[in-house]
Design a protein around this ligand. Sequence first.
Ligand SMILES: Cc1ncc(COP(=O)(O)O)c(C=O)c1O
Length: 385
Amino acid sequence: MNAKPINYGRHLIDAEDLAAVREALESDFLTQGPRVKAFEAALCALTGAGYAVAVSNGTAALHLAALAAGLAPGDEGITSPITFAASANCLIYAGARPVFADIAPDTYTLAPGRFEEKITARTKAVVPVDFAGQPADMEAISAIAAKKGITVIEDAAHAIGSRYACGAAVGSCKYSDMTIFSFHPVKTITTGEGGAVTTNSRALYDRLCLLRTHGITKDPAAMAENQGPWYYEMQELGFNYRLTDLQAALGVSQLKKLDAFVARRREITAKYNKAFSGLKHAVTPYERPGVFSAFHLYVLLLDFARLGRSREQVFAELSRAGINPQVHYIPVHLQPYYRKNFGFKPGDYPAAEDYYSRCLSLPLYPGMDDSDAGRVIDAVRAVAG
Ligand SMILES: Cc1ncc(COP(=O)(O)O)c(C=O)c1O
């Protein structure tokens, strides 16, 4: 097979991005300069949120959000088992106990009813995940959380550019206290590594900023005393989770192309849906009515038993055709760390485990041309037709 391999995801960097990073490199600030502020302002303009805090990656964004939510030992946080480990790990970083609630079988996102069943007196936060770009049922989840005084941290690592049925942008915090993004290279826009938290709360914003930089403030109004122009105060145990100006320059430039990136992702998704909807043992992605997904991932469900091929065989056959799919995700509760430390076991979350037994993420990224998409379609039809 001589054609170039097509992986499940890939960044798209153009001359404008290169020029923006070069300009940052030649400027007076490599970090903590004006480009981080500009990137944060652009994120606010895109989402409509009042505040944005750019950080070093999506995991750092989740960690800071968990701390800002006040999660501490003795508390519980609830998330979906079908996510990257970071959505649950952030609860443990803050000393809380991770609890999972099963997914809705059609959207693969946290089922509001399952979430409600898992609430206890100790539940302090919920981390719904906008899986594959589709917003979770945030309307229902936020209503339940509000009744119980639970903080909502929306994990929108997959969902920059997505919109709820009401038309508001994901990141607006219309249904959350804080929303986090990731700008890892497979995500819809990239800063290499990078992340952000958006919020409409001034108090949460101040705390996120403090924790991002070691818990240190230089703001005279926020300090207990002021010994002189050199003086700063470390008021809490924070971290260095800063994004650099080089990364922020790339972020500002990438954000300008977000609409085009999402449009191309949706075009390829429509082609795949058309090609695969007739396959007997396949289920194409379901987008809830009115919702607009940025389609970070294209997940095809395949009934491998009925196909008469294991997922390993399908992987091998696709890879012979130069197509490299992925699996998103191994349910987090089944990871050895979670089984050993929290006692989770197979059978705990049947919808998530059924999903995992059938899912396959096909290549989807804006740099794919029609012939790349055609190659994926032909290869999938050859194994699953
Ligand atoms: C759903 C989800 N949440 C959080 C993260 C963490 O983001 P990062 O890789 O930027 O730390 C990821 C990254 O893959 C993710 O997919």
